[in-house]
Design a protein around this ligand. Sequence first.
Ligand code: PGA
Length: 249
Amino acid sequence: MTIKPLVAGNWKMNGLRSTLAEFTDMSMRFSDQLANAVDLMICPPAPLIYSMRCIGGQIMVGAQDCHANETGAHTGDVAAEMLVDSGARAIIVGHSERRADHGEENGTVRAKAEAANRAGAVAIVCVGETREERESGDAVTVVMSQLEGSLSTETTAENTIIAYEPVWAIGTGLTPTVADVSEMHTAIRGFLSQRFAGEGENMRLLYGGSVKPGNAAELMAVENVNGALVGGASLKCADFMEIAETYLQ
Ligand code: PGA
């Protein structure tokens, strides 16, 4: 089975209703030909999800985080079901900014992934090593243990996407070499195939971390890279669409 690639934009804490014009521009540039080649998604801040969904178009809408519980006394938190109710089809969990800023560990990430799946959303589970871990030669071991701890036993190719995002490459303009991306994605595929058999073989593996128009083609061409999770470059229609259009070539 061939895996249809996905290019997902993570707007992080950026965007107002006035920014939705950028999303409309993306939708208009998303031709049928491109839609045959690649799926597109934007994960805006939660307050914009519903408006984006209402604008419609073929670009899917996702969310950036959810609480592990369905309801309750958790002031300021948002449940997966609420995000799905607003129009989100997928929810990013375990992004390194959440792991660092909110102390989220693998167990929490796994509970959030399970919550996303219970609500009917795809969990985009993020993993990635720090600079120190890469320099000390531990990158693959670290990522394997994040996968081990962050994925539920019910993980399938349909309900989960893995995003490998080296922490040191996020927002820095730095990227790993093609050989390093290839080594990591091969290791992730091996882990998933062993743990989830055919489901693991068919699961989408995204690369994230300073993806931009200038480097997208070489990164997306790496075996076992089935798309990208794009931060900064997803805020501009032209850059985001140029990254997606690498799949037309
Ligand atoms: P970046 O962010 O593309 O700005 O490096 C990627 C991410 O954090 O998902």
